[in-house]
Design a binder for this molecule. Structure first.
Ligand code: ATP
Length: 232
């Protein structure tokens, strides 16, 4: 469904992504792991066409490396960015509906009610403004908004970052259900957590893939994984 070949991203003289290849198949959940600065966010942003890049980028067999980000989203490649980006002056419900095109409504795999079922914590907060939400609530809204954009592949950038353990658990429970319906490409620094959800993973170091395989295999190579993730 998604295939990258020799993806490269540079910021001036810094080669943030240095020839990455990866695939995400239909129905798969794939983790992109690595320490701070390994190039995970740059990879996601390049896939979404938010950053200029070199290399091949194929989605559903079509070359999408020159498409505008909106067109990619229209085709079902939806990005939930790091930092959540919830609108402070809109309510939870209106934040969910932001950017929901007529097409997304027509093709909808998820309804607003589905989002409230996945994240029951948002039900009593429907009318609360973005500025009054906790980090975890904002993360739930950001994922919910992504779901209402009618994704076929949902890309998530560090959805657990800075959240309390109980909130991380709620978010990952929802992701396990979401995974039954759409493909996922998940960026995480917390490899253990990501590998409980994902089928496969890639580990990045300095903009390159240094290790990849089935989640169980990666989990078994904990010492090596830890050395790449910077806490070994
Ligand atoms: P993090 O978890 O901190 O987001 P990451 O694995 O997602 O890390 P990137 O954010 O993709 O890594 O960064 C990869 C490299 O590119 C790092 O060396 C970083 O310093 C550099 N970099 C990222 N954004 C920029 C930028 N806007 N300008 C210059 N260098 C950048």
């Amino acid at each position: 469904m998604l295939e990258l070949k020799d993806l490269r991203v540079a910021y001036g003289h810094t080669q943030a992504v240095d020839g990455i290849g990866l695939t995400v198949g239909p129905g798969e959940a794939v983790a992109l792991l690595g320490a701070n600065g390994a190039g995970k966010t740059s990879t996601l942003r390049a896939i979404s066409r938010l950053l200029p890049s070199d290399g091949e980028l194929t989605f559903d067999g079509a070359d999408v490396s020159r498409l505008a980000p909106e067109e990619l989203a229209r085709r079902g490649l939806v990005h939930v960015p790091e930092g959540r980006r919830v609108f402070a002056s809109l309510t939870v419900h209106d934040n969910l509906l932001v950017g929901r095109t007529a097409q997304a409504r027509r093709d909808a795999l998820f309804s607003p009610d589905d989002v409230y079922d996945l994240f029951p914590a948002l039900v009593p907060l429907r009318k609360r403004h973005g500025w009054a939400l906790s980090g975890g609530e904002q993360q739930m809204v950001a994922i919910g908004r992504g779901l209402l954009a009618s994704p076929r592949l949902l890309m998530l950038d560090e959805p657990s970052l800075g959240l309390a353990p109980i909130v991380v658990k709620a978010v990952y429970q929802a992701l396990a259900e979401i995974k039954q319906r759409v493909s996922i490409l998940l960026v995480e620094q917390n490899a253990t957590l990501a590998l409980t959800l994902c089928d496969r993973g890639y580990v990045l170091l300095s903009g390159r893939v240094v290790l990849s395989g089935a989640a169980a295999e990666l989990g078994d190579r904990e010492a090596l994984l830890d050395s790449y993730l910077g806490h070994g």
